[in-house]
Design a protein around this ligand. Structure first.
Ligand code: ATP
Ligand code: MG
Length: 214
């Protein structure tokens, strides 16, 4: 299966979710690789920090929009799961990534109206690409950096439930463990925060169950 983490906004958790899902898959014995399609190469640097005693994750750099389709198809011959960590803007490569993916995950952070506006633009672009593809594109919002205290965050989740693209049931909370694990080349599955580990396992299970419906 080809899975992408994509958003037209920066800093929303595309790399964090790509890395943590890949770690859950690798820890479950699945054959997974990450395509780092972002010029800033954060996932490439993350994997360089990874300890050799931990399960290996293959990270492939593909940032050329003319190469991405064929290279991802090649990787999909070798790996059961290919996760594409995408660049933070609407672009030719972003469109191709969406078209290539069996499931598109769109991280969103509950900050304010600009996140809602960007989500609406994203939904419009999905509709355009579906018209080109003549096939429905399977996508879910992934709410990240959730905090149960502000009313804004709860309202944000409710607002997203009204969209034609639904949010995942699993909410990823704001936790320092995500940054700490990232610095060590790990996922929170491999780190000390049990709540963070439990929520990424829930995310992984939800994603796998969606993929099983395809
Ligand atoms: N749930 C979370 N709790 C706390 N920090 C988080 C969480 N998710 C992500 N972060 C932190 O937020 C920052 C941005 O996350 P990340 O790099 O995954 O976003 P991105 O969408 O890939 O950004 P970019 O567009 O720059 O590639 C990182 O420092 C990451 O560790
Ligand atoms: Mg990133």
């Amino acid at each position: 299966m080809i899975l992408s983490c994509i958003s037209y906004k920066g800093g929303v958790g595309k790399s964090t979710i790509s890395q943590n899902l890949a770690i859950c898959m690798a820890q479950a014995g699945l054959n997974v690789c990450i395509v780092d399609a972002d010029e800033s190469q954060n996932t490439h640097y993350w994997i360089e920090a990874r300890d050799a005693s931990l399960p290996t994750i293959h990270v492939e750099k593909i940032t050329n929009d003319k190469e991405i389709a064929l290279k991802v198809r090649d990787l999909y011959q070798q790996f059961d799961y290919v996760i594409i960590d995408s660049p933070p803007s609407q672009s030719v490569i972003a469109d191709k990534i969406i078209m290539l993916s069996h499931l598109v995950l769109v991280p969103v952070t509950p900050k304010g109206s600009s996140e809602v506006n960007t989500a609406e633009q994203f939904i419009n672009q999905i509709r355009n690409l579906e018209a080109i593809k003549e096939k429905e594109i399977l996508a879910r919002f992934a709410i990240n950096e959730f905090d149960p205290r502000p009313i804004l965050h709860k309202e944000f989740v409710e607002r997203f439930k009204e969209f034609p693209i639904q949010p995942l049931n699993t909410l990823l909370h704001r936790r320092v463990a995500y940054g700490e694990a990232n610095l060590l080349g790990k996922g929170v599955y491999e780190h000390s925060d049990a709540k963070a580990k439990a929520e990424v396992i829930a995310l992984y299970n939800e994603v796998i169950s969606i993929l099983e419906t395809i």
